[in-house]
Ligand binder design. Structure first.
Ligand SMILES: Nc1nc2c(ncn2[C@@H]2O[C@H](COP(=O)(O)OP(=O)(O)OP(=O)(O)O)[C@@H](O)[C@H]2O)c(=O)[nH]1
Length: 496
């Protein structure tokens, strides 16, 4: 700290000696004026006594004054040391705005300004010198204007000033006026704090940009589950603006459960929920909720993934697969099951029969003299005839169309589950009757003038020791017998 004015002891001592001398001289004068002999002896003694008393007094006063002065000096030194030890700079300007005192830290901040500080320069001169050196980056290019503003606001600021100096140092400046019209200034370096704030601001800006650009909906909720903020994807997702969504309860957005849904219940693993777009369109959404709880805030962050389109695509794919599966087991011409389906069903039902002990029956159905039909009416008509017969056969079984399959050419196989030979015979007869009643013209048939069928019927209780192929062979044999027996008939063959 620069020295303040020192107290002077020597003038006081000189004054005391002067008073003593004058008293002695007065006594001597009084001695001269009196001619009395008794005075002659007393006056010099009195004068000497006054002088001695004065000297003693002066010595005593001087001693106590020096001690007081030493104490004051020590106190001042302690104060100066304390102010010098402060991490902040201290500067004191008098009523003419001249720098009259400052501490070491101020010199550390502005080392090149030491001379100006020492010559008690005014605040304006100091600032001007700093500006000339380019020490205040924010003022560059508008130095005069900046100085004017600084002077006008000096000592009037309601809060601290933030100033950047030497390109890389940030100071927080507190200034206040003293009663005598001076100004006391304190400068604290806050470079670290500002750098932290800057990096925090950069992170925030980055986070904001990420949230804004995110393809997912991101929204924050207050502790009660009401919307605070949403990103553009959320607006797009629901068809409502951020302003419209603000304050809406999460329960109103997801699943229409109203206030029943609380974000606390949604914490943890992602959940699949449904919601409605403004247009009323149903949305399939995945919602992930995280809680943010600190000493000062309690809120929830929600990430919303829209999988409506994915769900639609999955549904389309499922249907396509179903269609493909159906097509792979369906006969393209007649719409009944194909040979592949028949083979699958036979295996499946054979195994089921072995477990359940229930009978399984098979009808092998063949259109009589179909070659003649084709020859007479053509293949297109032949195809049409096959379709009509398939439809008729299907109408004769009540347990699902899969039981009717095109075995090959103009031959059909009908697999009847839980059906014994009698039951199968009934179905076979129904098929014969149905085709007869349909009276599909077949002029070339030697049997009758309409399409007729021959059917071989076989039934058994499947067992693991017997191959399912045996059922086909048996039904085939019965069909052969029916053909041999004159066609347009059914033959039941006991399973051997
Ligand atoms: N239009 C048409 N004809 C087919 C199809 N598949 C097989 N055929 C015909 O069916 C006929 C079967 O003839 P065959 O095996 O001799 O038997 P069929 O003439 O019915 O004589 P039987 O069975 O002994 O009464 C052949 O002429 C084949 O061309 C088809 O998908 N469409």
């Amino acid at each position: 700290m620069t020295r303040l004015a020192e107290a002077r002891i020597w003038p006081l001592l000189a004054f005391a000696l002067l008073v003593g001398l004058q008293a002695a001289l007065l006594m001597a004068a009084l001695g001269g004026m009196s001619e009395s002999p008794q005075w002659e002896a007393v006056v010099p003694m009195l004068a000497f006594g006054a002088l001695a008393f004065t000297v003693l007094l002066a010595v005593g006063v001087t001693g106590s004054l020096s001690r007081a002065q030493a104490r004051a000096r020590r106190a001042q030194l302690t104060l100066e040391e304390a102010i010098d030890a402060l991490p902040a700079s201290v500067e004191i300007f008098d009523h003419e705005d001249r720098l009259v005192a400052f501490n070491r830290r101020l010199v550390e901040i502005y080392p090149h300004m030491l001379r100006a500080f020492q010559r008690k320069a005014t605040f304006e001169d100091l600032v001007r010198e700093s500006l000339e050196r380019g020490g205040i980056p924010e003022a560059r290019g508008r130095e005069d204007e900046w100085l004017q503003e600084r002077k006008e606001s000096r000592g009037r600021q309601t809060g601290p000033l933030l100033q950047r100096v030497h390109d890389d140092m940030w100071l927080r400046i507190f200034e206040c006026r003293t009663q005598s019209g001076g100004i006391v200034g304190v400068r604290m370096e806050v470079t670290d704090l500002i750098h932290e704030q800057q990096s925090l601001a950069a992170s925030r800006a980055q986070l904001k940009a990420t949230i804004e650009a995110a393809g997912n909906g991101i929204l924050t909720l207050d502790s009660g589950g009401h919307v605070l903020e949403v990103n553009p994807s959320t607006e797009q997702l629901f068809g409502f603006s951020a302003a419209e969504l603000q304050g809406v309860h999460i329960g109103m957005l997801f699943g229409n459960n109203g206030d029943l849904m609380h974000p606390q219940e949604l914490l943890g693993a992602p959940r699949e929920l449904t919601a409605r777009h403004r247009s009323g369109e149903r949305l399939a959404l995945q919602l992930t909720v995280a809680e943010v709880r600190t000493d000062t805030i309690h809120l929830y962050v929600c990430i919303v993934t829209d999988f409506t389109e994915r769900q639609r695509q999955e549904e389309r794919l499922r249907r396509a697969n179903e269609l493909l599966a159906r097509q792979s087991t369906t006969d393209g011409l007649t719409g009944v099951g194909n040979r592949r389906l028949f083979d699958q069903l036979l295996q499946q039902e054979w195994q089921r029969g072995t477990r359940s002990g229930r009978p399984l029956a098979l009808l092998m159905v063949d259109i009589d003299h179909f070659k003649q039909y084709n020859d007479r009416y053509g293949h297109v008509a032949g195809d049409d005839c096959l379709r009509r017969v398939a439809t008729l056969l299907r109408s004769c079984v009540g347990r699902g169309s899969e039981a009717v399959c095109r075995y090959g050419g103009e031959e059909f196989a009908m697999l009847l589950v839980d059906t014994d030979l009698n039951g199968a015979q009934v179905v076979a007869q129904r098929c014969l009757d149905s085709v007869r009643l349909a009276a599909i013209e077949h002029e070339g048939s030697p049997v009758r003038r309409s399409v007729s069928l021959s059917i071989g019927v076989a039934a058994c209780i499947p067992d693991t020791a017997t191959p399912s192929q045996r059922l086909i062979e048996t039904a085939d044999r019965a069909l052969y017998d029916a053909k041999q027996g004159g066609r347009a008939r059914l033959i039941c063959q006991q399973f051997a």
